[in-house]
Each structure stands twice: as C-alpha cells, then as structure tokens.
Design a protein around this ligand. Structure first.
Ligand SMILES: Cc1cc2nc3c(=O)[nH]c(=O)nc-3n(C[C@H](O)[C@H](O)[C@H](O)COP(=O)(O)O)c2cc1C
Length: 371
C-alpha cells in the first residue's frame, strides 16, 4: 500500500481527503460522520458573525453538476462555540475552521474559535474581487491566531496574481476552488429558477467544475510555494490523483459527499491508494505537482498522432465512430482508424468507455475519464 499520509504546515494528516466547507460539515454530528466515513481532516462549514438566512430551495442536482445558493452556516456562532466545534474536535482529526468574511468579522470570530482550530480557512466568496479586503481579512486572522491560515479562493481568471498576493501577505496555504458562478437553471413546470435566491442565481459545483479547479490549482501551484488544498469536482480516487498531479497537497470534497454520503472520503482514499499502487508510486508525494514538472518536456515532445486500438477491449459500441468529425473511424469486422483522415484530436480516446483507445504519445491510457 502506498503512503497516503502527509503533513501540511506542520499538521499531520493520516490521509489527504476531507469534507470541504459545506453541508457535509454543517454541524458537529456531520463532522463526526465524515470522520467515521474515513476523512483525514475536517473543514467546518463557514460561519460568520450572524447566522445566514439561506434562501430556499438552495440545492439541486443539474446535468453534470450541482447548483447551490447556500450562503454560510445558518447556525449561530454561539451554537458552534457551545456545541458543534466540541463534537468536531472529538473526532481527533485536524480541525480546519471555516470563517467569513470581512476583516472586522474575522477579527471578531478568530479569537473565539482559537481553542478548537488547528487551522483557519477564510472564505473570500462575498468580499468582492479586489485584493485589499481579502488581504485585510487575512491580516486580521493572522493577528488573532498562531495556527495556519488558509485562504479559500473563487475561480478567478487571474488566479496566479491573486495566489502570489496571498502568499506575499502571509497566507499559510490556499484552498481552491469555491463553486463557480453565478449560474442558473430553470424548472420547466413552473418556469421559475431552480434556486430560491432573489436573482434566481446559484453556484455550480461537482464534476462539471473539475477542469476549472485543476487549471486554477495548476496555475497557482506553478508560482507559489505555500500548499494548496484542492477542491472542485472530485468524485473518486483518480480525480484526487489528478488534483495532486496539478499541485494540490490535499483534497477537499463537497458535492460528492452531499450526493453519496460520508463514506465517500474513505472510498476516495482507497481508490487513490489503488491508483498509486497500480502505477508503482510509493506515496502521494511522488505525484504531487507531477504535471507541473512534466509539462515542459511534454510541450517539447508533442507531435499529433493516430490513436492505437486495443481490439480485445473494443466492444464495437460505435461511440468513437459517431463523434469522429473527421470520418476517420469505421467498424467493419474490427475498429479501424484511417491514419490519412485522423487529425489526432484524441476525442475518441476520451469517449471510449472501455479504454480500448490510447494516444501513443501518452504514457498511460486515459482510463477513468468517465468514472
Ligand atoms: C451546498 C453547498 C454549500 C457550500 N457552502 C460553503 C461554505 O459555507 N463555505 C465555503 O467556503 N464553501 C462552500 N461551498 C463550496 C464547497 O466547499 C466547494 O468549494 C465547492 O462546492 C467545490 O467543490 P465540490 O465540487 O467538491 O462540491 C458550498 C458548496 C455547496 C455545494
């Protein structure tokens, strides 16, 4: 078995998978369920000075993803301090406490949660896109506590600039990404938005945002030295491995935990372990930031190529043929790719549910893209 334990900012984690701030850590009982389900740490739902008045409906599964218009915890800070943090602390796992939002609010909250926190995670979701209020919130937290302070980032396009600014301002780590939006879905029966917010807007999470999360993590990890806790669209161990390769040091999971329950954390850890074993990696350290290291070599060596077919795996389902816009694929007797017509786009490789196709330039199949 590969070694999945890690240490982040001096905090030891028995495994790198944990619930993200959200409904799966919305109170002490949920934190305990996450621990029983195999999480390696707990990140509690963001609290602020006042409980949130969450509009409803506030959650919906949508094609490929998930919409929410939850704000922060609807529980009071007093309830968290009197009851919920104690239950979360009883798990014995590293406890990362989610706080929001402005410098003034953080200055009030951080000293209160200090006795429970192994680290703080500050959500920057509702304090705009300017850097100064975010940095002010970070500074207020750093003044109040001596534990690591992690900054939770939204998926900004200029993520490198923001990540560097956070690092320079003293952030101990970054958490990325928060849900993406605003987005909207409409209920066809009523003609009204699915979300009960005034605008009808919601924020997108789940599998749909994984490529966005991977890009943000990759970009940020390429320029900063502080650790990144990756979050966004992780549904299985291979997704977790992908996030580590992009440069994350640990993995947070929200939507998949909501949809499948608290055993997902242990399941993701064991799938991650299987992946590491199957590829001969001894530990998660071996794949952390692997893509950043490999990219220069990859760009230099890339040449378009025709996919290779492993005929015994091909079920002749026709999914690749149907989506080959170059008309290069045919099924007569067996799957054939016409090298003169093939553009080397590689869509067929990612479309194949049976891992029967691979690009020769890739060292391993793209198995798991669908799983
Ligand atoms: C219903 C819901 C509530 C959330 N509440 C919070 C929150 O209170 N604080 C926070 O920082 N992020 C919150 N998030 C964002 C998640 O922590 C996470 O960043 C995002 O959903 C992407 O991860 P995922 O694709 O695994 O869900 C929430 C997400 C969902 C779906």
């Amino acid at each position: 078995m590969a070694n999945v334990s890690t240490t982040i900012c001096g905090i030891p984690f028995s495994n790198p998978v944990m619930p993200a701030a959200g409904p799966t850590s919305k109170d002490g009982a949920m934190c305990q369920a996450a621990a029983a389900g195999g999480a390696g740490a707990i990140v509690t739902k963001t609290i602020s000075v006042e409980p949130a008045a969450v509009p409803r409906p506030c959650m919906a599964e949508v094609k490929g993803g998930f919409l929410n218009t939850e704000l922060w915890s609807e529980l009071s800070k007093e309830q968290w301090l009197e009851t919920e943090y104690k239950l979360a602390k009883d798990t014995g796992l590293p406890l990362i406490i989610g706080l929001g939002y402005t410098a003034e609010q953080i200055a009030e909250l951080a000293p209160l949660v200090k006795p429970y926190a192994d680290a703080l995670e500050l959500s920057t979701h509702y304090i705009g896109k300017d850097l100064s209020p975010i940095i002010n919130a970070l500074t207020a937290a750093k003044k109040a506590v001596d534990v690591p302070v992690f900054m939770k980032m939204s998926p900004h396009p200029n993520i490198q600039e923001i990540a560097l600014a956070m690092e320079a301002a003293g952030a101990d780590g970054l958490v990325m990404i928060n849900s993406f939006g605003p987005c909207m879905s409409i209920d066809l029966d009523s003609g009204l938005p699915l979300m009960g917010s005034k605008s009808g807007y919601g924020w997108l999470s789940g599998a749909a945002i994984k490529p966005l999360a991977i890009r943000c993590i990759y970009d940020a990890a390429s320029v900063v030295k502080i650790p990144i806790l990756g979050v966004g669209g992780v549904t299985n161990g291979r997704d977790a491995a992908e996030m580590l390769m992009a440069g994350a040091s640990a993995i947070q999971v929200c939507t998949e935990g909501i949809l499948r329950g608290p055993n997902v954390y242990g399941k993701i850890v064991s799938e991650l372990n299987q992946f590491l074993d199957s590829q001969g990696y001894a530990s998660i350290e071996d794949i952390k930031g692997l893509t950043i290291r490999k990219m220069k070599e990859w760009e230099a060596n890339f040449t378009p190529a025709v996919p290779e077919v492993e005929q015994k795996k091909c079920k002749m389902c026709g999914a690749c043929e149907a989506s080959c816009v170059y008309g290069a694929i045919s099924r007569s007797g067996q799957l054939q790719i016409d090298g003169d017509k093939c553009f080397g786009c590689s869509l067929c490789v990612s479309r194949c549910r049976f891992n029967a196709l691979r690009m020769p330039a890739l060292s391993q199949s793209q198995e798991g893209y669908h799983g």
